[in-house]
Design a protein around this ligand. Structure first.
Ligand code: BTN
Length: 242
């Protein structure tokens, strides 16, 4: 009986949900394909018909508590935990919330804000997960990718998967609204695919090299270099090239 809509084709599920007037918390829009699927940093999200999972979930929070960085980390934990609990423990996270397996991207999360500076914040959490990548779609993906079929070596029921991921996400957001990110730090660090490894962190101005030490309860990424730990709030993480 929860608010859930399944579309055959949309531009982007994030945009469909954004256009809804006052959806309840946890409302979901799913689509079989997207003609204008978006990734982070303005990238395209390849979204062929009937192959993968594409959905967006609405969540409203009191702006005082809506630390976006924290929310996007929590969403990654919920999605990874749902997959691991349903199909077997295999997937990990790349900061802040890429879903990864053995150095290849399985899925991603695009968090967008709608509305006002004061008062409650409307948040759209868009989730894309590769289930069984068609060959022609694979040619359009411009980063190392994987899908659930390769990882688990079997056909994955998208309906069952969607149910598990959506219900985990709703539960995690309710917990986050109440307790904040602190309740998820241990989980995130356990799922961190770079923990203890040398990484390069890039943003517009600079790049930093260090050992990844996971996250802190305010969402900062901890990078250790020369005996010092610095706290980082934005950027892109990549493996150090030797
Ligand atoms: C990323 O760059 O890692 C984020 C990818 C997010 C893709 C999902 S698919 C459903 C939702 N609708 C979109 O247009 N993007 C997100």
């Amino acid at each position: 009986g929860e608010h859930l809509a399944l579309w055959s084709e949309v531009g982007s599920t994030n945009d469909v949900l954004k256009a809804e007037k006052a959806p309840p918390n946890g409302a979901v829009v799913l689509a079989e394909c997207q003609t204008a699927g978006r990734g982070r940093r303005g990238q395209n999200w390849v979204s062929p018909f009937g192959a993968h999972l594409y959905f967006s979930l609405f969540w409203q929070m009191d702006s005082r508590h809506a630390a976006l960085q924290g929310l996007s980390l929590v969403a990654g934990v919920a999605v990874a935990n749902a997959i691991n609990a349903t199909l077997g423990d295999a997937v990990r996270l790349k900061w802040p919330n890429d879903i990864y397996h053995n150095g290849r991207k399985l899925g991603g999360i695009l968090v967008e804000l709608v509305g006002q500076a004061n008062g409650p914040v409307n948040i759209i959490i868009g989730v894309g997960l590769n289930v069984a990548m068609p060959l022609d779609a694979a040619r359009q993906v411009d980063q190392p990718w994987t899908d659930l079929q390769q990882i688990y070596n079997r056909l994955v029921d998208r309906t069952e998967l969607a149910n598990q991921v959506i219900s985990r996400l709703r539960d995690a957001l309710a917990t986050f609204s109440e307790k904040g990110l602190a309740a998820f730090v241990d989980d995130w660090n356990r799922l961190d695919c770079f923990w203890g490894q040398a990484v390069v962190l890039k943003n517009e101005q600079s790049q930093q090299v260090g050992i990844c030490r996971g996250i802190e309860s305010d969402g900062a990424l901890l990078l250790e270099a020369g005996g010092q730990v610095s706290r980082i709030y934005g950027g892109e993480l990549s493996m150090r090239s030797h």
